[in-house]
Design a binder for this molecule. Structure first.
Ligand code: ATP
Ligand code: MG
Length: 581
């Protein structure tokens, strides 16, 4: 039996008004419902109710990790700089890495992730192929000095992550663990009550080649994804772009386009769709060689793809463009200065005539023939995919959605084991680099994503599995010798059945109690009042639907006993529905 929580003793300063700087539901409601408090920009304190939810999310994550065979450890947040120098990420990671030095001037960072630490941990002690595969995980605080901390727990500078790392002899073994982890990640989302989608992803700062992100679908999400009825889904950062530019079929002509510098202006001027124009971008590679990129006019350049395809890519500044003899707002492939590497988006390969800049301010060219009027040196996938583009797997038009990236799994290969010299002895006694995988769940971000998906105008609607408590018993009067003891008896009885129960024993008006109960979002409310008791009933309210029902006091125990006997292990969102059937 769990203890009953007495609300009068609970530290839960709920807020009646919306906090000024909270733009989205989860941020606003987690503050208002007294789950979290801001300590600094992107840094939060968890109050008692928030901590209870956090513990539940952590436990779901822990159970699912344990079920994969991974073992829990705890690494320090404070990491020596030497390890990051070894991997090369001290320089590569950028200003997001929180760097500091100790009193002896030794460099440290507050870990944004733990590949370096875990690799250094196992490299001397995980020695034999007999000990492989091996998966280790921790649930621990991470630090990232985000350029724009915002949306409360969704993008913070200090947050809790579950990070797991696996070590293997070969790719097959890695794939097996990667698949098992992916299943566990789906189950974590489901058990937390999240509507989610796994998507093809870019592996970003972490490195490696194969990666999947788990997106909780939400309008407030910062990530954009595309998906298809055939099952294909990708983060737009990573998804292949397949589109069909439409040809503006006119003879070659240089035309005056005074004051026109953007694709939108050009399309309007010529009265053609933006997909009939070609967008030009000027950049450079790591050696400073100038590169001209051409992409379909109705698409955006995908920096990540340009970076991957070219090795390293940066757009030119206005001054650099001038210096290179390029005309901003009127760049085109016809008559480019000598020595420029010219790369076209692969979708333009099939566009015979291009509408482009004339490399002269105030002029554009229509009907420029590919292969005749100009040449393209290389073709690459350069554009960011968007809804309406063709599915790279089946060709049907893609749909678009927004999501919150709650977790991601990566196949790292030997990226870290090679740079950090982490080897094991194989069956022939030969040293080999570990093949590695890594797997991260944003625990605090998951919590916020749950609120983002489950709320209404009155507050949070916690799924049963992660609610701070399951039931709130609300005695309408406290001093009254008839009402309060009955309410307390109900609370005790439900707790004895294994439910987590709070009782609102505060000397507050009923309106305040109802408002707080809705705001905090307990899945079920039981109101105990004088009038109901006169008829021998109490009122049940299901937070999720707002449905209310009077139930006879003497049938309450049996009804809840039945509920408790039937609570599915997971996902247990609808545990109380049967009471309203
Ligand atoms: P994002 O692209 O949103 O910045 P990321 O891809 O850099 O995230 P990972 O390195 O994949 O993040 O970290 C694993 C998980 O940690 C993410 O899927 C996310 O849930 C969580 N996470 C990352 N950054 C933050 C943050 N600033 N605040 C809260 N959670 C975060
Ligand atoms: Mg990620």
């Amino acid at each position: 039996m769990t203890d009953i929580l007495y609300m009068s003793k609970l530290y839960m300063p709920t807020l009646k008004e919306d906090p000024a700087d909270a733009e989205i539901a989860s941020h606003r409601l987690l503050l208002r419902a007294a789950m979290i408090r801001k300590t600094a920009s992107g840094v939060y304190t968890f109050l008692p109710l928030g901590k209870k939810v956090l513990a539940k999310v952590e436990n779901i994550v822990r159970e699912e990790m344990d079920a994969t065979g991974a073992q829990e450890i705890m690494m320090p947040a404070l990491q020596p700089a030497e390890l990051w120098h070894e991997s090369g990420r001290w320089d590569d990671y950028g200003p997001e890495l929180m760097r500091l030095s100790d009193r002896h001037d030794h460099g440290f960072c507050l870990g944004p992730t733990h590949e370096e630490l875990i690799t250094s941990l196992v490299r001397n002690e995980l020695r034999s192929y007999k000990e492989l595969p091996c998966s280790l995980y921790q649930i621990q605080v991470k630090f990232r000095d985000e350029i724009r901390p915002r949306f409360g727990l969704l993008r913070s500078r200090e947050f809790i992550m579950k990070d797991a790392y696996s070590f293997h002899e070969n790719q097959e073994s890695l794939q097996e663990t990667y698949d098992r982890m992916s299943v566990a990640y789906g189950r974590i989302c489901e058990r937390c009550g999240l509507e989610y989608r796994p998507v093809e992803a870019d592996s970003g700062q972490i490195g490696g080649k194969v990666s999947t992100e788990f997106m909780a679908l939400a309008e407030a999400g910062e990530a954009e994804l595309v998906y298809c009825t055939c099952g294909y889904a990708a983060d737009v950062e990573a998804g292949e772009c397949k589109c069909t530019p439409t040809m503006y079929d006119v003879p070659f002509e240089k035309i005056a386009t005074p004051g026109i510098h953007t694709i939108a202006e050009l399309a309007e001027f010529l009265n053609i769709p933006e997909s009939s124009t070609v967008k030009a971008l000027a950049g450079k590679d790591e050696e400073g060689n100038i590169i001209a990129l051409f992409i379909p006019g109705d698409h955006e350049l995908n920096d990540i793809k340009a970076d991957h395809g070219i090795g390293w890519f940066m757009l030119l500044s206005d001054e650099e463009m001038l210096e290179a003899g390029l005309v901003k707002g009127s760049m085109g492939p016809v008559g480019l200065p000598e020595g420029i590497r010219v790369i076209g988006d692969a979708n333009l390969k099939n566009l015979p005539k291009w509408t482009v800049g004339a490399n002269e301010d105030g002029f554009h060219i229509v009907g420029a023939e590919l292969g005749k009027d100009f040449q393209i040196d290389e073709w690459m996938d350069l554009s960011t995919v968007k809804a309406g583009d063709a599915c790279p797997e089946c060709g049907l038009p893609l749909d678009g959605a927004r999501g919150i990236e709650v977790s991601q799994v990566f196949q790292l290969g030997d990226k870290y084991s090679r740079t950090m010299e982490a080897t094991y002895l194989d069956v022939n006694g030969k040293e080999n680099y570990f093949i590695m995988g890594c797997y991260g769940v944003g625990v605090t971000r998951t919590l916020a994503a749950v609120v983002e998906q489950h709320n209404d105008e009155y507050g949070i609607i916690w799924p049963f599995a992660v609610a701070p408590a399951h039931v709130c018993v609300i005695p309408l009067t406290i001093g009254d010798q008839d009402v309060f003891p009955v309410a307390e008896q109900i609370a005790t009885d439900l707790a004895s059945l294994g439910l987590e129960v709070v009782i609102d024993d505060r000397k507050e008006r009923p309106g305040v109690k109802f408002a707080d109960a809705d705001l905090i979002g307990w899945p079920l409310q039981i109101t105990v009042g004088k009038r109901g008791l006169a008829d021998g009933t109490v009122e049940l309210k299901l937070r999720r639907t707002g449905e209310k029902r009077d139930v006879a006091l003497d049938s309450l125990h049996d009804a809840f006993e039945a509920v408790c006997a039937n609570i599915p292990e997971d996902p247990a969102f609808d545990a109380f529905d049967s009471l309203f059937a």
